[in-house]
Design a protein around this ligand. Structure first.
Ligand code: FE
Ligand code: FE
Length: 255
């Protein structure tokens, strides 16, 4: 048992989460939201997607291909199951594009990893939750913390990263694309595993959050990695999604 613990603590994933769990505080999240609220960088969604060619997610033990390949694989899994649902396919294709944060110079712990709520008690349903004890917010808040019971998950300050970032970019540029809030919410909460998979934070939920959760779990079937996935994205696949992006995105976005 103790040997197993030592081994686990030696993994890059453990080290990644330890840093993330020690540095993401409520103050940090509020600062990041303010910083990226400016949206002063103009860029097309296709350019942003291509930036993921250089990024391999350090928080995911199963994923060792560049994130752009993961984007097409996720979309292709979706297209097989829902060949006519173009909104869902586009959502799958772009869901991780918020990882351009790394291209803006953000450290990994500010970009990826399972997310959790700040401003209330840390959840022990988070992966490696023992690493929260050195967080400056540890022991600062009780179960509800700064929130009210049944305030709705939309009100929660979730650890900062690619989910919240891309959600906000799309929300701010809503006249430039055709994705509705239903799809934006799948993006916003896809890394929120303690909530959508572990059943944590139900005390903050309102009735309509159940539908969001259902959608996120449906989306997540496509976001899972499988060794059988083809890592060669052929020209036909690229062309299909290029045309879909042209249909859904009418102009460059402000990032
Ligand atoms: Fe993601
Ligand atoms: Fe993903």
């Amino acid at each position: 048992m103790s040997e197993l613990r030592i081994y686990e603590k030696d993994t890059p994933q453990y080290k990644f989460y330890k840093e993330m769990h020690e540095k993401q505080t409520l103050e940090h999240v509020l600062n990041m939201k303010k910083l990226y609220d400016k949206n002063d960088k103009k860029m097309s969604i296709k350019t942003a997607l291509s930036k993921l060619d250089d990024f391999v997610d350090p928080s995911d033990p199963d994923l060792d291909v560049p994130n752009s390949i993961h984007a097409y694989q996720t979309a292709e899994r979706c297209r097989k199951k829902y060949p006519d649902d173009k909104s869902l396919q586009i959502t799958c294709l772009i869901h991780d594009v918020g990882k351009v944060l790394f291209y803006f110079g953000e450290p990994n712990w500010n970009v990826v990893g399972d997310t959790f709520v700040l401003g209330c008690k840390f959840s022990d349903k988070c992966v490696y939750s023992d690493t929260f004890k050195n967080n400056p917010d540890y022991d600062k808040y009780d179960e509800l913390g700064i929130y009210e019971k049944k305030c709705g998950i939309e009100k929660l300050h979730i650890s900062y990263g690619h989910d919240e970032y891309l959600y906000n970019v799309l929300k701010k540029n809503s006249e430039k694309h055709k994705l509705s809030d239903r799809y934006l919410n799948m993006i916003r909460y896809h890394s929120f595993y303690p909530w959508h998979t572990e059943g944590e934070y139900t005390r903050f939920m309102i009735d309509s959050d159940e539908n969001i959760k259902k959608d996120v779990l449906m989306f997540n079937m496509f976001d899972l990695y499988s060794k059988e996935d083809d890592i060669n994205i052929n020209d036909d696949i690229k062309k299909y999604y290029d045309e879909l992006l042209d249909e859904y995105f009418l102009d460059d976005l402000y990032w």
